[in-house]
Design a protein around this ligand. Structure first.
Ligand code: APR
Length: 227
C-alpha cells in the first residue's frame, strides 16, 4: 500500500495558470468586494451581478490550463496515494491528472438550484437568469458562499486524520472551516507548506517551509518526498 499524502490547496496553486487569488490585490477579487459576489446577501441583493460574475469566472477557468504544480501533484501518485482537498472551484487538479480531488467550496463547472444544493448539473456555458431547476428555483453556481454550510468538511476531516504526510499549497488560511483542517493532523505527520508568502501556522517549527511560487516549490517538494 502506498502512503497517504493529503494536500490542501487554495487559490495560489492556480495563480500561475492565470486565475486571480482572492486576497492578493487589496481585498478585491476581479474588482469586486468578495462579500458582494460570494455571499447569500449579495445574491439576494443583486443576483444578476453575481450570476454574471461567475459566468465570467467560468470562462476564465475554461481558458486556463493546469500548471506544473497541478501536474506535479498528479505525478506524485507514482509514490503516494494522493488525496487533494481543494478550496478552488476550478477543475485544474482534475485536468492536471489527479485522480482523487475533493472540492470543499464547490465547482464552477456545476450549477444547482438556489433552493436545493443536491439538484446539481454540469454546466460549461453561462447560467441565465430565468433558467430554473426542476424544483422551480433559479439555477446558481455550485459554489459555497460565505456563511453557507461546507458540506464536504466531514469527508475532508476523514482524509486528514488518515494522512501519512501533508502539504499545504497556496492558501492564506483565512477562511474556516478549511483553515482548521490542519488541526486534525496526527502529531507525527511530516508537513510542508508551499506559498509565495507562508501563512501563519501555530506550530511553524514542525513544518518544512518552501517560500516559493507553486510551480517552483513543487519541484523541491518532489525531491523531498520521493521514496
Ligand atoms: N504560488 C504559491 N502561492 C501563491 C502564489 C503562487 N504563484 N500566488 C499567491 N499565492 C498565495 C498567497 O501568498 C496566499 O497565501 O496563495 C494564497 C492565496 O490566498 P487567498 O487569496 O486568501 O486564497 P484562498 O486561501 O484559497 O482563499 C480561501 O476564500 O474567498 C474564499 O471561497 C474562497 O476558497 C476561497 C477561500
Amino acid at each position: 500500500m502506498k502512503p497517504k499524502l493529503v494536500v490542501l490547496t487554495g487559490a495560489g496553486i492556480s495563480a500561475e495558470s492565470g486565475l486571480r487569488t482572492f486576497r492578493d490585490s487589496d481585498g478585491l477579487w476581479e474588482g469586486h468586494d468578495v462579500y458582494e459576489v460570494a455571499s447569500p446577501n449579495g445574491w439576494a441583493k443583486n443576483p444578476s451581478l453575481v450570476q454574471e460574475f461567475y459566468n465570467l469566472r467560468r470562462k476564465d477557468v475554461l481558458a486556463a490550463k493546469p500548471n506544473a504544480a497541478h501536474i506535479g501533484l498528479a505525478e506524485l501518485e507514482e509514490w503516494y496515494d494522493v488525496r487533494i482537498i481543494t478550496q478552488n472551484i476550478d477543475d485544474l487538479h482534475e485536468r492536471g491528472g489527479s485522480s482523487r480531488v475533493l472540492h470543499l467550496h464547490g465547482e464552477i463547472l456545476k450549477m444547482r438550484s438556489e433552493y436545493d444544493e443536491t439538484l446539481l448539473f454540469d454546466i460549461a456555458e453561462d447560467i441565465q437568469m430565468g433558467q430554473l431547476a426542476p424544483d422551480g428555483g433559479q439555477f446558481r453556481p455550485h459554489v459555497v458562499w460565505f456563511g453557507e454550510d461546507v458540506s464536504m468538511i466531514q469527508p475532508a476531516v476523514l482524509e486528514i486524520v488518515q494522512a501519512d504526510a501533508f502539504v499545504l499549497i497556496g492558501t492564506s488560511l483565512n477562511v474556516y472551516p478549511a483553515a482548521g483542517l490542519v488541526n486534525y493532523l496526527r502529531a507525527d505527520v511530516p508537513r510542508f507548506i508551499i506559498d509565495k508568502k507562508i501563512p501563519p501556522v501555530s506550530d511553524s517549527a514542525n513544518w518544512t517551509l518552501i517560500e516559493k511560487a507553486a510551480t517552483e516549490g513543487i519541484a523541491e517538494l518532489k525531491e523531498l518526498l520521493k521514496l
